[in-house]
Design a protein around this ligand. Structure first.
Ligand code: NAD
Length: 438
C-alpha cells in the first residue's frame, strides 16, 4: 500500500505502527533520513525547479536560492548539531533530593501532520518535515493543491528517497485535508492563512493535539527620515517583489513621514527599474501570480492610491507589474487585508509616535522592518511593538538565520521553527528524575 491508495486512517495507522517499533528514535535513523532528504533536494533539484516554474513562474536561480538550497542549508545546520542538541540536559536538584539526578530529554511525539501552502511549496513543506524527522517522528506531509506541479513532484520523489513507512505524502485539497484532520496526530504544523488556521486548530482541539500555526499578516516597514533612500529602496524592492510579492514576510506596506515620502517613492520606482528593467514582464527574475482568483483580488487593490510605478497587468499570463502606490489612505482597500502580491503602498505618518500607534492599532504582524540610523528609534520600535520577528535594515533575511526562531505572534501565528527550534517544536521536553534505591 502507498499513501496514494490508502485512506487517511490507514496512513496514520501505518505510520504509528512504525513509530511504535522505536526505529525512528535512533540518531542513525534520523541523520540517515535527513541525509536522504538532502539527496532528494540536490539530485532532483532541477525537477523541483521545473515544477516551481510551472506553478509560479519562479526562475531557476530564485527556486534554488529561496526553496531548494534554503532547505539544504537548514538540513546541514541540523545534521551538524543534532547529536549535541539531543544530549540530555542535566538540572540541579533541591537539597531534599540530595543523591538524585534530574535531566530533561527530548522525546519524539509520534505521528506529525505538516500542511503546507503554495507560495514556497518546497521549502514550507520540506523544512518542517526535516524538523519532524530530526526529532524522531513519522510524518504525513500535505502539499498545497494550488501548486499542483510541485505537489506531484514531491509526491513522486519522497517515496524514492525516504523511509516510506515513516513519511507519507498525501496530496489533495480541502476534502482530503479535512479527512486528514479528523485523524489523531501528535502535532499539527500548519502554514497558511488565519481562516484555515482556525479550522486546523478546532480540528486539533478534538484530540487535544498541539499545533504550530505559521500564518501571515500585514508586515510594516518603517522608513526613518535621513536614511540613505537608495539603499532602503533597493532592499525594500528585493524583499517585496521576490516571488511577485507572494511571501509571508514580504514588507506589506511602508510608513514614512510626509517630507520623506516623495523621495522614497521616487527611489522605489528607480529600484524597480534597476532590478527588473523597464518592462518587468520580460525579466526572467520576476514571477507570476499563482492563479486567477488571486490575480483578480490583487487587481482590485491597484486603485488604492496614486501609481508611482507599475499598475500594468495581464490576466492571460497572470502578470502584475511591480507596483508602488503613493498617497494611500489607511482606509484604502489595499490596507484592509494582507496584500500577498506585488503592490507596495506608501503611507505617511506624523513621526515615530504615530507610526508605533499605527502598527499597534492593527493585528500583530509576522515581521516588522525598520530602516533607521537612530538607536533610539530602533529601540522604541523593538520595545513598543510586537511582531513575530524584526528585520532592521533588511527585509526577509532574518528567516535565513537557522539559529533564530521563525514564527508569528497573535494573528500571525503561534509556535516557531528552524534549526534547534524545529527540534523543540516536534519534541516533548520530558522531565526525568532518577533517585537511587537503597
Ligand atoms: P493555501 O491555499 O495553499 O492553503 C494552505 C494549506 O491549507 C493547503 O495545504 C490547503 O490544502 C489547506 N487548506 C485550505 N483550505 C482548507 C480547509 N478549509 N481545511 C483544511 N485545509 C485547508 O495557502 P494560503 O493559505 O493561501 O497561503 C497564504 C497565506 O499563508 C498568507 O496569509 C501567508 O502570509 C501565509 N504564509 C505564512 C507563512 C509563514 O511561514 N508564517 C509562509 C507562507 C505563507
Amino acid at each position: 500500500m502507498t499513501a496514494a491508495t490508502e485512506s487517511p486512517s490507514e496512513v496514520v495507522a501505518r505510520l504509528r505502527a512504525t513509530f511504535r517499533t522505536g526505529r525512528t528514535r535512533s540518531l542513525d535513523w534520523r541523520t540517515g533520513q535527513l541525509t536522504r532528504l538532502r539527496d532528494l533536494l540536490t539530485e532532483s533539484g532541477d525537477e523541483l525547479a521545473d515544477a516551481l516554474h510551472a506553478d509560479l513562474g519562479k526562475s531557476r536561480g530564485e527556486s534554488y536560492r529561496s526553496e531548494i538550497d534554503f532547505t539544504v542549508r537548514e538540513i546541514d545546520h541540523t545534521l551538524e548539531r543534532l547529536a549535541g542538541w539531543l544530549e540530555p540536559e542535566p538540572a540541579p536538584v533541591p537539597a531534599v533530593l540530595a543523591g538524585a539526578s534530574a535531566q530533561t530529554v527530548q522525546d519524539p511525539l509520534g505521528v506529525v501532520l505538516v500542511i503546507a501552502p503554495w507560495n514556497y511549496p518546497v521549502q514550507l513543506l520540506l523544512a518542517p518535515v526535516a524538523g519532524a524527522l530530526a526529532a524522531g517522528n513519522t510524518v504525513v506531509a500535505k502539499p498545497s493543491e494550488l501548486a499542483p506541479a510541485t505537489s506531484a513532484a514531491v509526491a513522486r520523489l519522497v517515496p524514492r528517497y525516504l523511509d516510506t513507512d515513516a513519511v507519507a505524502v498525501v496530496e489533495g485539497a480541502v476534502p482530503e485535508t479535512t479527512a486528514l484532520l479528523a485523524e489523531r496526530f501528535d502535532h499539527i504544523f500548519y502554514t497558511g492563512n488565519g481562516t484555515v488556521g482556525r479550522i486546523v486548530m478546532a480540528a486539533a482541539a478534538k484530540h487535544l493535539t498541539p499545533v504550530t500555526l505559521e500564518l501571515g499578516g500585514k508586515s510594516p516597514a518603517f522608513v526613518d527620515r535621513g536614511t540613505d533612500l537608495r539603499t532602503v529602496a533597493s532592499r525594500l524592492v528585493s524583499g517585496k517583489f521576490l516571488n511577485a510579492g507572494q511571501t509571508c514576510v514580504a514588507p506589506d506596506y511602508v510608513l514614512t513621514d510626509r517630507e520623506t515620502a516623495p523621495a522614497l517613492t521616487k527611489a522605489l520606482a528607480e529600484a524597480v527599474e534597476e532590478r527588473f528593467g523597464t518592462d518587468p514582464s520580460t525579466s526572467a527574475e520576476y514571477g507570476r501570480i499563482v492563479n486567477e482568483r488571486h490575480f483578480d483580488r490583487l487587481v482590485r487593490l491597484l486603485d488604492s492610491g496614486r501609481t508611482v510605478t507599475g499598475g500594468v497587468h495581464d490576466r492571460g499570463t497572470k502578470y502584475i507589474a511591480p507596483t508602488v502606490l503613493a498617497d494611500v489612505s489607511p482606509n484604502a482597500p489595499v490596507m484592509a487585508e494582507e496584500i500577498f502580491g506585488p503592490v507596495l503602498p506608501v503611507l505617511t505618518v506624523d513621526g515615530l509616535d504615530a507610526a508605533i500607534g499605527f502598527i499597534n492599532d492593527r493585528d500583530k504582524p509576522l515581521a516588522l522592518y525598520a530602516f533607521t540610523t537612530d538607536p533610539e528609534v530602533r529601540e522604541r520600535l523593538l520595545t513598543e511593538t510586537s511582531s513575530g520577528g524584526v528585520g532592521m535594515g533588511l527585509p526577509l533575511a532574518h528567516l535565513t538565520v537557522s539559529d533564530l526562531p521563525f514564527g508569528g505572534v497573535g494573528e500571525s501565528g503561534m509556535g516557531n521553527y528552524h534549526g534547534r527550534y524545529s527540534l523543540e517544536t516536534f519534541s516533548h521536553r520530558k522531565a526525568v528524575l532518577d533517585t537511587p534505591l537503597g
